[in-house]
Design a protein around this ligand. Structure first.
Ligand code: ZN
Length: 256
């Protein structure tokens, strides 16, 4: 018996690929009527991220002040204290958004070395624009709440720490307290606990020997396109083209 279904389509007068095929056959039992109302199964995910940032504290001591930052979390840290440096130019597009593979790959390449607590904090605080690693240094820890069995903070856990950048007008380091939390849910008392922790971190910053007092924060504007200068002191290639001071080591960038 010949196997008709194996025949090539063009040999027996049927339409070539690309030609309009025959109209769809009616159902074997006649026309299918559409229901008046479509029964839909609903799906939803509500993600909630929040955070707080304090006023800035002006610090003297120049580049030495960076080494002081982790000590400002003593007494408050509930996990290892990690320092996240500003990102160099090759990571200038890094964004924790899975649907953008190039940006997500940059982000993972930059941050896979960090702990689950720090990665969670970066996702939360970068998503709500509370920190910008084009010029911020982020000293991070778990401040309140629990982590799951893989070490990732629960939605009600509070993460954060001290964030610093170099003031473009004076070259002083400006440090501030930053906290964040969130995920698949929210809890009523988290905001109040976070406010208390923010105040505790700010108190520690102000108590540092190099602190000069509160100052308004005038955050630098990151570059839109190509990068800026390479630091002659530490070799850091900044993504911040108008930077006057190296985002990483705080030394003055040489131009020309
Ligand atoms: Zn530098």
């Amino acid at each position: 018996m010949p196997l008709d279904f194996l025949k090539r389509k063009n040999t027996d007068g049927t339409p070539a690929p690309g030609d309009a095929g025959p109209p769809p056959a009616a159902g074997a039992h006649g026309t299918i009527t559409l229901p008046e109302e479509v029964v839909a199964q609903e799906y939803q995910l509500k993600l909630y991220y929040a955070g707080k940032s304090s006023e800035g504290v002006r610090m003297t001591a120049g580049p030495k002040a960076v080494a002081e930052l982790p000590s400002m979390l003593h007494g408050l840290a509930k996990s290892e204290i990690e320092v996240v440096d500003p990102l160099p130019i090759e990571f200038s597009q890094a964004t924790p958004v899975m649907a953008r593979p190039s940006e997500a790959m940059q982000w993972l390449n930059a941050h896979h070395i960090h702990s689950p607590v720090t990665r969670h904090a970066l996702v939360v605080l970068e998503s709500i624009d509370a920190i910008d690693l084009a010029f911020d240094t982020f000293v991070c820890t778990l401040l309140d709440g629990e982590v799951d069995t893989s070490g990732y903070p629960e939605y009600s856990a509070i993460v954060g720490g001290v964030v610093s950048h170099w003031d473009e007008a004076t070259g002083d380091m400006i440090a501030r307290a930053v906290v964040g939390w969130g995920g698949k849910g929210a809890r009523g008392d988290t905001d109040r606990i976070a406010a208390k922790l923010l105040s505790g971190i700010l108190t520690n910053i102000l108590a540092n020997q190099y602190a000069l007092g509160l100052t308004p924060i005038d955050r630098p504007v990151p570059a839109a396109g190509r990068g800026g200068l390479v630091c002659a002191h530490c070799g850091f290639a900044s993504a911040h083209e108008r930077a006057f001071y190296c985002p990483k080591c705080g030394m003055r960038l040489l131009r020309g």
